[in-house]
Write a protein that binds this ligand. Structure first.
Ligand SMILES: Cc1cc2nc3c(=O)[nH]c(=O)nc-3n(C[C@H](O)[C@H](O)[C@H](O)COP(=O)(O)OP(=O)(O)OC[C@H]3O[C@@H](n4cnc5c(N)ncnc54)[C@H](O)[C@@H]3O)c2cc1C
Length: 481
């Protein structure tokens, strides 16, 4: 197995896109499930901590080790089978989302989850239960996982399919492993899009437990995923509004229609505030001078209903006061891609800004119930404005999920911003929301997990982890200490 022990050779594996930084003694690069198993067996023998590294696009420091060794998934990068007859694919965990989508496109299929960042590994997206733009209609990665191969912290190899093993109440037996019956925690998850903490339900399917568990319960080595035929056509449009309130109202109407099976049914419904547009203006001179907010939506359609749907969208945009150069419509595949890149650019540029100044990312990942979303937004924006800290607010507003990224200019502002971040998380929780809707907790957000679920629930989560990993060696520091 390839191993790197020279720090200069593995420096780039110690951080992720949040600019969180870790340290370790070496990096191993297994190429097979058996090699992953051997690493874990050896780690138990030598009491070495092991942290799993995907491609480092995570935004919470999850792959950044706090000692021990790093296990990179980059050599497990093969797509094993694309089965269009049954609508599924079997892939190793180190395949990039881009690689998977390219292979599927050739066969006129796609994998719907779209965390905008295409370089993440499939294993990383499952470990964090990623979602992104299209989750407005498709939901998170969880909805597309049919089966998993997992190497448990003991080194045992488990293959489980959805629908195969279920908990009895809050007790779960994993046949074929030496594990005793597992006692699951009992707590209520919020009724919003959520990626914070273990996914727990009474009588739950065993597969669900590993999705979003941030590598704390095992190494995902292979996955069987549900795929869908590519839509014949996709309507994609960025609408620029001269007032933020009108853009938010447009989102409310569009969300309502999609939920009520209206003919206008967006699969992506994304928002940019005026500050986000200003941030993007140097790169995108097509942003109209008067634009104060923008909404990007996509809808799948066929050649037969495209014209009708376009007319309906245009009608709705016109009613909302959006006309002429304020409509950026994708006329072909190239435009479609350009619009997606426009959406990705805002997240990417924020990370660039933060990294250039040496700070860690301070971007909210909160989602709250729809009836509180407007109130919540007004409140958090005024908190940050009153503190005089620059920010941009954008994200998955269709899901009432906002990324308010603070852009501190100096250390004093960074400390202030961190305090505000905590207050924003507390506010989200007080509205029945989450502290993380899609990025997970990792290391950067672990203090907020207890804020959300309480001490007792977090202790139950720790107990779950120790049942899987009695020596506490795998992905230590993710979710909790
Ligand atoms: C510009 C930008 C925009 C983004 N936008 C979105 C978005 O819209 N929505 C969204 O959901 N995410 C978004 N992300 C976050 C990111 O893409 C995801 O978190 C991604 O799914 C992580 O994949 P990775 O391979 O990079 O994992 P890493 O960052 O390497 O690791 C993430 C976590 O998963 C664990 N892990 C990795 N592989 C495995 C495995 N095989 N088995 C078990 N555990 C494992 C790691 O230990 C770590 O805890 C964005 C990121 C960037 C940089």
């Amino acid at each position: 197995m390839i191993t790197k022990t020279n720090p200069e050779e593995f420096e780039s594996y110690l951080s992720d896109a949040s600019n969180y930084k870790g340290h370790c003694t070496g990096v191993v690069f297994p190429a097979t499930t058996a090699e992953v198993s051997a690493v874990l067996i050896d780690a138990n023998r030598t009491a070495a901590m092991v942290t799993i590294a995907g491609n480092g696009t995570g935004l919470t420091g999850g792959r950044c080790p706090e000692g021990g060794i790093l296990l990179s998934m980059e050599r497990m990068n093969h797509i094993l089978e694309i089965d269009t007859e049954h609508g599924c694919v079997i892939t190793e965990a180190g395949v990039t989302l881009l690689g998977l989508q390219d292979a599927l496109t050739e066969m006129h299929y796609f994998f719907p989850p779209d965390p905008t960042e295409q370089l993440c590994y499939i294993g990383g997206t499952i470990a964090t239960n990623a979602s992104g733009a299209k989750s407005f209609s498709y939901g998170p990665v969880r909805n597309f996982v049919l089966g998993l191969e997992v190497v448990l912290p003991s080194g045992e190899i488990l293959w489980i399919e959805r629908g195969q093993y279920f908990a009895s109440g809050y007790r779960l037996k994993l046949p074929g492993t030496e594990m005793d019956e597992i006692l699951l925690p009992k707590y209520e998850m919020p009724g919003v899009k959520n990626a914070a903490g273990y996914y727990i339900r009474e009588n739950m399917d065993a597969v669900e437990l590993f999705i979003g568990s941030e590598g704390t319960l095992g190494v995902i080595t292979k996955a069987k995923l549900r795929i869908l035929p590519l839509p014949e056509k996709t309507i994609s449009c960025v609408a620029f509004f001269t007032e933020e309130s009108t853009a938010l109202h447009f989102i409310d109407i569009t969300r309502e229609r999609a939920k009520n099976n209206n003919v206008l049914s967006a699969r992506a419904l994304e928002f940019f505030d005026s500050r986000s547009l200003n941030f993007l203006r140097p790169t995108y001179n097509r942003i109209p001078a008067l634009a104060q907010a923008a909404v990007w939506f996509e809808q799948e359609c066929s050649g037969a209903d495209e014209e009708l749907l376009l007319d309906r969208w245009l009608e709705l945009l016109n009613i909302s006061g959006v006309t002429g150069e304020h409509i950026w419509y994708a006329a072909d595949a190239g435009d479609l891609q350009e619009i997606r890149e426009f959406r990705h650019a805002i997240s990417y540029k924020v990370n660039e800004f933060i990294t250039a100044r040496g700070f860690k990312k301070l971007g909210t990942d909160t989602a709250v119930p729809v009836q509180y979303f407007g109130e919540f937004l007004t409140c958090i924006k005024s908190m940050v404005e009153q503190a005089g800290i620059a920010y941009v607010a954008y994200g998955h507003y269709g899901d009432c999920h906002v990324h308010l990224n603070m852009l501190p200019e100096n250390e004093q502002q960074f400390v202030q911003a961190k305090n505000l971040y905590r207050e924003i998380c507390a506010l989200s929780v007080s509205y029945g929301g989450t502290v993380s809707a899609e990025h997970g907790i990792g290391k950067a957000k672990r203090e907020y997990l207890e804020m959300m679920y309480g001490k007792d629930a977090v202790n139950q989560m720790k107990n779950l982890k120790l049942q899987f990993d009695p020596n506490n060696l795998l992905n230590v520091g993710n979710l909790f200490l």
